[in-house]
Design a protein. Structure first.
Length: 234
């Protein structure tokens, strides 16, 4: 009996040690802006693609967890053919790193892009980025994508007015301005301004459109996005 108990304790200790090492490795990768931290999520998307390959010519919604949590995306955008490519708490450089694997093979009609919010907030121990950093990262994403898909339109959704990240709002607004200016330099780039619809009468971010975490939208928030985005592809 003592041997069994000792083995159980040893197994638990090993499990705790492995969990601790995984957390440390996860933290270090985020601190270094190492995009391989999302390999698990990307493999999950690739597995889904093997089981049910996306149809060529769909609109790909590509970016961070604001898309990943949009569970009703396909129904909201119907009859438009869409593919949800939101992953993790990704930043713009992460999306660029994986675009060739999760988007390019399927020849999308267009890309709807949402990222940059995590860049500025410095999600998960990564260093916060400046508005200029966001603009440059998005430019790199566009150059990388257009080198492989020269004619695909890219639609940048403006960084949303925050609830949990209110202290970053001024910085996010400046990033939006810089990205909007950049989009104006290329006819293949489009800036989708969702900000006005998500402010209250006093010009402050609406609080009724968020889930409990204060970061991601509830159904009301996604309904607003749908009303703005869907007509662009009618």
């Amino acid at each position: 009996m003592n041997l069994v108990a000792d083995l159980a304790i040893a197994a638990l200790a090993i499990l705790l040690l492995l969990s601790f090492l995984w957390i440390v490795r996860f933290w270090v990768k985020h601190a270094k802006d190492d995009s391989t931290v999302w390999q698990g999520e990307i493999r999950r998307l690739e597995k889904l693609d093997r089981l049910a390959p996306p149809r060529p010519g769909a609109v790909h919604f590509l970016g961070s967890s604001s898309f990943r949590y949009w569970k009703s995306l396909a129904a909201d955008m119907a009859p438009l053919s869409v593919v949800n490519r939101g992953f993790g708490g990704s930043q713009i450089h992460d999306v660029t790193y994986y675009v060739q694997r999760i988007v390019v093979p399927f020849q999308p009609r267009a890309i709807v892009f949402y990222a940059g919010e995590n860049d500025i907030a410095g999600v998960l121990w990564s260093k916060p980025k400046s508005p200029a950093d966001v603009r440059l990262a998005f430019e790199k994403f566009c150059r990388t994508t257009h080198a492989l898909l020269p004619n695909v339109p890219i639609h940048f959704i403006s960084i949303k007015p925050p609830k949990a990240r209110r202290k970053h709002w001024a910085t996010m607004q400046e990033a939006n301005r810089l990205v909007r200016e950049y989009c104006a330099t290329d006819s293949r780039l489009h800036y989708i301004d969702i900000v006005p619809a998500l402010l209250d009468e006093s010009g402050n971010p609406r609080l009724d459109v968020f889930r409990w975490d204060g970061l991601h939208y509830n159904d009301k928030g996604y309904a607003i996005w749908t009303a703005i985005i869907k007509p662009l592809f009618a």
